[in-house]
Design a protein around this ligand. Structure first.
Ligand code: ADP
Ligand code: MG
Length: 713
């Protein structure tokens, strides 16, 4: 995303120590540095000290559990205070023999066992008669207690210096939890004293520590952290809750600031008497559903007011969002302004453009994508600037600085979750007071809607157009591929059209492609020219051509990687075959399945799987068979896979939290939202003492873009 604003040097210098590179920590040499980068860095962003501090431990084992030899439970980590009483050198003979050391305390004795370690070294660590503390696991050998390679051997002074708890971190090969723990300790030493940005009264009431204390409690705890419960949710300590809340508040505050900016900026009435909207509505080949009509009403009320609109239109696949968008855009044209519709892919932009051309040929429509010829593009830009275009449909290309409108009134962003919040802002900045409508087919659970959109206004299309039939979904083992292909033969004979989706192999797009090409070749042997192919690596014009041939019925089976996932609308398609369905996320399967069942004819979705399926995989696929309710599917997906994947934003990092978890901290999220709203109401410029501390919080969590909205001061 080249359009993302870059972090600037506005960051207060108090945070500099945290944003210094992790490799500047003491003890990091040429061996350690690349391991740290592998764990916490990215190609664009070397690992920083803040990344290390935010890499919280997953669990830990208390080391203070001092026991006696007699009482120490075998198999569990223990620390014992012992006296060294004798050596048992290896017996000469074949094989690898260990060196043994006898130790005892008042309650019993135990043998320490060392393989392949020079005798002199062992004797130096454990001199005869010395008192030492050893940690490790005891096992029973022939009824006698022994400990193989104690994990630690220290004297009195060493014991005092030991961390009370041995922490377990998400590690990387070559970098152990103990090494990470040491680094985290050095990082803690760099922690500056930051102003408190949370309400002290609230902190006291909730029993939560300060930010720095919370980090110390996490990385240098006195007690072992609680273990995850059986449902996988880790109980939250006060320290963890505090840190999670900081992160959630930063995200909610950023959203609240954007919203406030939007609201504060004077809006304009972007709807007239409705003559154009009514004319277009009357000319639609269908009557609006009740839900569509309500959404149009909501939107027109927003447009007619002089506040700026920021509305989310949420509707399951096939619920008819495009028609609503068209009527919103028509309202702007009605008052002599322009409208823009932005789609996440070329194919979708083109499809929207063609659909709109059919519906409202009388308006001046134009398509703008990154693929236009230079001359075309120049003409489009000129016409946009001169006001010779009413509605422009496009891709990311619409964000570019060279795109200037004469007077943009309404901007619609389709499949919003594919774009970042910044991009939405960029489009909004292309006019005097642009009203923004964002649309998403991802049925977003409420907790997620809050994190991504803050408290945007929402209209929901909770009603499908009449006449839609249920999609029969079946699970079929790939062993029965021949039967499936025979079935397709019959379906083609009766005029059906088929999508055939090939598996996504995460490691390599080229492998995906090979799979799709193989399947294409197979099906082509069977059905000849009736089979088409489309995939993400194809040049754009080839993609369009393949899509057009399928839409026109020249090809009847479209073999595809997941490029058809979002938005594509070919009502004649009635069969969806998804290979290796077990590899897809539920929400993605739902999106794919939503490509059929769009016409009046009954549709089928075949989920081909390669057995044997594990219990969870089977449960997931059966869920797909059971319901077409995208909302239920999304909630289930959230539960099974975590938030980032549901929105498809894990890669772009837009929704992923580092310290908070939507499973464990959902209740905090709502508190953060209310808190953020109140803060912005009372101190919109973040100028009070707490406001200034909150700016530090925003920088700390890299919400720099939100701060730029505040302007100077
Ligand atoms: P989505 O919400 O997934 O973007 P679309 O806007 O692509 O859905 O609409 C899906 C299909 O339903 C299109 O073919 C569209 O023409 C049709 N459609 C939309 N609204 C209605 C309606 N009220 N009655 C019948 N068909 C409709
Ligand atoms: Mg759509």
């Amino acid at each position: 995303m080249t359009d993302e604003p870059r972090p600037t040097n506005l960051r207060p210098s108090i945070l500099d120590p945290l944003f210094a590179q992790a490799r500047t920590l003491p003890g990091v040499g040429p061996k350690l540095a690349p391991l740290i980068e592998r764990l916490l860095g990215t190609p664009e962003q070397p690992a920083r000290i803040v990344d290390l501090l935010f890499h919280l431990p997953q669990g830990g084992v208390a080391r203070t559990m001092m026991g006696s030899i007699a009482e120490a439970p075998p198999g569990e980590p223990v620390t014992l205070g012992v006296t060294v009483t004798g050596y048992r050198p290896p017996q000469p003979g074949a094989g690898r023999r260990p060196f043994r050391v006898l130790v005892e305390d008042g309650t019993g004795d135990i043998t320490l066992v060392f393989f392949g370690m020079p005798q002199a070294r062992v004797e130096k660590m454990l001199p005869l008669g010395a008192h030492r503390y050893i940690s490790g696991r005891i096992d029973l050998w022939d009824g006698h207690r022994q400990m193989v390679h104690p994990s630690r051997i220290v004297d009195e002074a060493g014991l005092a210096a030991l961390p009370a708890v041995e922490l377990v971190y998400g590690a990387t090969e070559g970098l152990t939890s103990r090494a990470i723990s040491k680094l985290a300790h050095s990082a803690l030493d760099r922690l500056p004293t930051l102003p408190e940005w949370q309400d002290p009264a609230w902190l006291a009431r909730e029993g939560l520590p300060g930010f720095a204390d919370a980090l110390r409690a996490e990385h240098r705890p006195e007690n072992a952290p609680p273990a995850p419960a059986s449902d996988g949710v880790t109980p939250r300590t006060p320290a963890r809750r505090r840190l999670a809340y900081d992160e959630l508040l930063a995200s909610q505050l950023a959203l609240a600031l954007m919203r406030a900016r939007n609201r504060r900026a004077p809006g304009r009435a972007n709807a007239g008497d409705g003559h154009l909207k009514d004319r277009i509505e009357a000319a639609l080949p269908f009557a609006l559903t009740g839900a569509q009509a309500r959404a149009v009403e909501d939107i027109r009320a927003d447009l007619a007011s002089d506040r700026r609109m920021l509305r989310l239109l949420q509707g399951d696949v096939g619920s008819g969002k495009t028609a609503v968008a068209l009527l919103a855009m028509a309202s702007a044209v009605e008052v002599g302004r322009q409208a823009a519709l932005m789609a996440p892919t070329e194919i979708l932009a083109r499809q929207h453009f063609e659909r709109l051309t059919e519906l409202v040929g009388s308006l001046r429509l134009r398509l703008l994508t990154g693929r236009d010829k230079v001359s075309e593009r120049r003409a489009t830009l000129a016409d946009l600037a001169d006001g010779h275009i009413d509605i422009v449909v496009g891709t990311h290309a619409l964000f570019q600085d060279s795109v200037i409108f004469k007077d943009l009134g309404v901007a619609v962003v389709d499949e919003q979750h594919r774009f970042g919040v910044h991009q939405r802002l960029a489009l909004g900045a292309k006019g005097a007071a642009v009203d923004i409508l964002v649309m998403t087919a991802t049925p977003i659970p409420r907790t997620l809607a809050l994190t991504c959109f803050g408290d945007m206004d929402v209209s929901v299309l909770d009603e499908k157009p009449a006449g839609r039939q249920a999609i029969a979904t079946r699970l079929v083992s790939i062993d029965r591929l021949d039967e499936v292909v025979m079935g397709l033969g019959r379906a083609l004979a009766s005029g059906d059209r088929v999508y055939w989706i090939c598996p996504l192999v995460a490691e390599s797009e080229y492998v995906d492609l090979a799979a799709a090409e193989d399947r294409f070749a197979d099906l082509r042997q069977e059905f000849g020219d009736a089979v088409g192919l489309i995939h993400g690596k194809m040049p754009g014009p080839d993609k369009d051509a393949a899509m057009e041939r399928f839409a026109a019925g020249e090809t009847k089976i479209l073999v595809s990687t997941t490029v058809v996932e979002v938005g594509v609308d070919v009502p004649e398609a009635t069969i969806m075959v998804i290979e290796h369905a077990e590899r897809f996320g539920l929400a993605q399967l739902h999106q794919l399945r939503g490509r059929v069942g769009r016409g009046a004819k009954a549709s089928t979705c075949l989920l081909l799987y390669r057995g044997p399926l594990g219990q969870v995989s089977r449960a997931r696929l059966e869920m797909m068979r059971e319901t077409e309710d995208g909302f239920r599917i999304a909630e289930e997906d959230l539960r099974l896979r975590g938030e980032g994947e549901v929105l498809g934003t894990r890669q772009s990092g837009a929704a992923a939290f580092r310290l908070a978890s939507l499973e464990s901290d959902a209740s905090l999220l709502e508190v953060a939202r209310d808190d953020a709203r109140l803060i912005v109401e009372r101190d919109p410029g973040l100028r009070s003492e707490r406001g200034r501390a909150l700016r530090v919080l925003l920088y700390l969590f890299e919400r720099d873009a939100a701060i730029r909205l505040l302007g100077a001061g």
